[in-house]
Write a protein that binds this ligand. Sequence first.
Ligand SMILES: Nc1nc2c(c(=O)[nH]1)N[C@H]1C(S)=C(S)[C@@H](COP(=O)(O)OP(=O)(O)OC[C@H]3O[C@@H](n4cnc5c(=O)[nH]c(N)nc54)[C@H](O)[C@@H]3O)O[C@H]1N2
Ligand SMILES: Nc1nc2c(c(=O)[nH]1)N[C@H]1C(S)=C(S)[C@@H](COP(=O)(O)OP(=O)(O)OC[C@H]3O[C@@H](n4cnc5c(=O)[nH]c(N)nc54)[C@H](O)[C@@H]3O)O[C@H]1N2
Ligand code: SF4
Ligand SMILES: [Mo]
Length: 745
Amino acid sequence: MPRTALRICPLCEATCGLTLTIEGATVTGARGDRDDVFSRGFICPKGAAFGGIDADPDRLRSPLVRRDGRLREATWEEAYEAIAAAVPALVREYGPQSVGVVLGNPNVHTMAGQLYPPMLLKALGTRNLFTASTLDQMPKHVSSGLLFGDPFAIPVPDLDRTDFLLLLGANPVESNGSLCTAPDFPGRLKALRARGGTLVVVDPRRTRTAKLADRHLAPRPGSDALLLAALAHTLLTEELADPGALAEHTQGIGELAEALGSFTPEAVAPACDLPAEEIRDLARDLAAAPSAAVYGRIGSCTVEYGTLTSWLVDVLNILTGNLDRPGGALFPLSATDRAPRPAGPGKGFSLGRWHSRVSGHPEAKGELPLSALAEEIETPGEGRIRAVVSIAANPVLSAPDGRRLDAALAGLDFMVSIDPYLNETSRHAHVVLPPAPPSQSAHFDFSFNTFAIRNQVRYSPPAVPLEDGRMDECEIHARLVLAVSGMHGTDPAAVDELAIGAVLARECADPDSPLRGQDPARLAAQLAGDSGPERRLDLMLRVGPYGDRFGAAPDSGPGGLGLERLRAHPHGIDLGPLRPRLPGLLRTRSGRIELLPDPIAAELPRLRGTLADRPAALVLVGRRHLRSNNSWLHNVPALTGGSNRCTLQVHPDDAARLGLTDGRLARVTADGGSLEVPVEVTDTLRAGVVSLPHGWGHDRPGTRLSVAAAEPGVNVNQLLDGTRLDPLSGTAVLNGFPVELTPIP
Ligand SMILES: Nc1nc2c(c(=O)[nH]1)N[C@H]1C(S)=C(S)[C@@H](COP(=O)(O)OP(=O)(O)OC[C@H]3O[C@@H](n4cnc5c(=O)[nH]c(N)nc54)[C@H](O)[C@@H]3O)O[C@H]1N2
Ligand SMILES: Nc1nc2c(c(=O)[nH]1)N[C@H]1C(S)=C(S)[C@@H](COP(=O)(O)OP(=O)(O)OC[C@H]3O[C@@H](n4cnc5c(=O)[nH]c(N)nc54)[C@H](O)[C@@H]3O)O[C@H]1N2
Ligand code: SF4
Ligand SMILES: [Mo]
């Protein structure tokens, strides 16, 4: 008899609740959970393919260990012994910096990926941390760090209440949203228009999102910083800027007006290729809307001025008085956030506390640019990376110049991958540790709840018991922490108890905590949960803003939350709409919003310099397809084929000018190399812009991706050599870089 089980979908940031149909231990179907407090039954084709993704026969079932140059199936014990024999010895001989840690995107979609990497880094003592953030949202962390003193204080558009949404460089109808967790993002955009609101989309392509908009502006890629600077300039010079209640918590408006002095709509119009009047009108409409939110994503981040663009997004929210107010852009308060502390000056946020060894890139939020990983492995000398721990990452396809990284990884002394697939990156590992499939794993969104457009909390226990021979990903991580610390053989539960002890010690010593003065050991004994990770979740919920605080402060907030209460609500608990959180969350040294931080002010002249540049004739941007997900869903038959293809989209005018034909091959060339790819002629992008999706190029030997290898596509990131970065955040420029095209006869 089939049964059903609930599972939060881990495939994108929308975090929809799914109802899985299960026969035996196999997921045979998935539909939207209509009773889910947040997603209310929404599902997309990826969620519907959960069963196929979960049961992909190419998923590794047991660890692989390299012997005599070949990866062979091994026991868990053999795998950890190999790690314990290699890593501590390398650290002893070459120092902690000889180990690089690479964290990929799915770490934000697993409990393990949120709970253990900080402990792994601490155990290793390395500063060589590289993550997908420097291919993605690092500019936003940096701008938030500088403005608010906290790189995780990222405001999200109040989608369900706003009157006006200005959306830049995002295509949530295909991506389902990012840094804005909103199940059924498309439906919410339609609802915005249905209630009389306005949607403006800025994208060089006429995307499915742009098709829903009242107005679509298609500027030249990479020019958003100029466009937004001109919008801010217009607000400031036409006396439309009105921060309202924010004024008393904000410093630097006068300096900002001065710094943006030359960015008039007329000055930026040629670079953006938009009429100055249209820019001016947009600024006036933004200011006139009863409430409005500006929101930017990938196309506003992975560009040369990504940090300036991200900063200007919030500058506009502040100047229009829309930051931190309903209908504007608000800061979520997740159930596992630390409970709010009293307002006041904080430690602030600094960049460049250390630098990468070879090119001297400044760290940002404790990370170095992923684009710099290959040179850190290749370049001899003290501090060279000789071993890599790669967790849920496929940088050979996701990061610039995969061929170089591919070769660099092949030369490592030692590499560990935690990954379900033997793919372009994990094939270089000496040990591959495969996590159990999602149906066998518990789920909690530590990360995405902090970007959700409604405060809510949900937990999925494993839908299917752990299969024989499988290991839960939390245990895989905990054992890895022990193995690299020279403690292989210790009970992995000790890792969780260590984490619990540290949190309780901090809370019990904190004069602002309701737990101050209590006994950590006594509180630890009260934790609920059947496993270490569940106990840690219980602790975070209980000391969090909605928690029961172990009964210490029953009157502080809605309260009462803990794992037991959450488990009693399998469809989740709604915690209400987003509410204002300023000034409490500010952590700047001044205790105020610092509108024109020094690193930004220093970068503005460089942006101004681009006003005189001659734009490239042809630039490339990316795109996402609803049935794809970065590099790792091309192996699931239900999600492949149709329009989900690796083609180079070219505007008809460019195709005619260059002699390119739909369906025939063209050669694309840029800094990092050239590719041969089929052309798709379409007028959905502006002339002078071509588009190629990422995550393709599954034609390398030694992988186990039978479906993906049959239609490999090409790796767009091979066009990059890794030198184009947003300098403040170290984020790769993946959009708007110049290319040349030639037909292949
Ligand atoms: N040109 C271009 N390049 C891009 C982008 C772009 O827009 N254009 N986008 C960038 C962005 S936004 C991102 S986030 C990065 C993503 O970059 P990565 O994170 O490096 O790439 P993914 O393809 O997400 O790879 C995820 C890896 O995790 C594995 N995995 C899947 N599920 C699990 C799991 O449950 N546990 C573990 N341990 N592993 C799992 C997969 O098998 C795969 O190897 O790509 C970036 N690259
Ligand atoms: N189906 C699917 N969903 C996904 C993913 C996936 O691969 N597939 N990946 C997930 C991940 S890791 C992330 S980070 C999110 C990303 O989510 P989104 O940010 O919504 O990502 P994209 O769909 O790549 O949209 C970026 C848009 O920016 C446009 N663009 C490019 N350059 C510029 C520019 O200079 N200016 C402006 N204004 N626009 C520009 C592109 O044309 C594109 O339409 O999606 C997540 N969801
Ligand atoms: S929108 Fe995202 S979270 Fe929802 S079902 Fe689709 S992939 Fe899963
Ligand atoms: Mo991403």
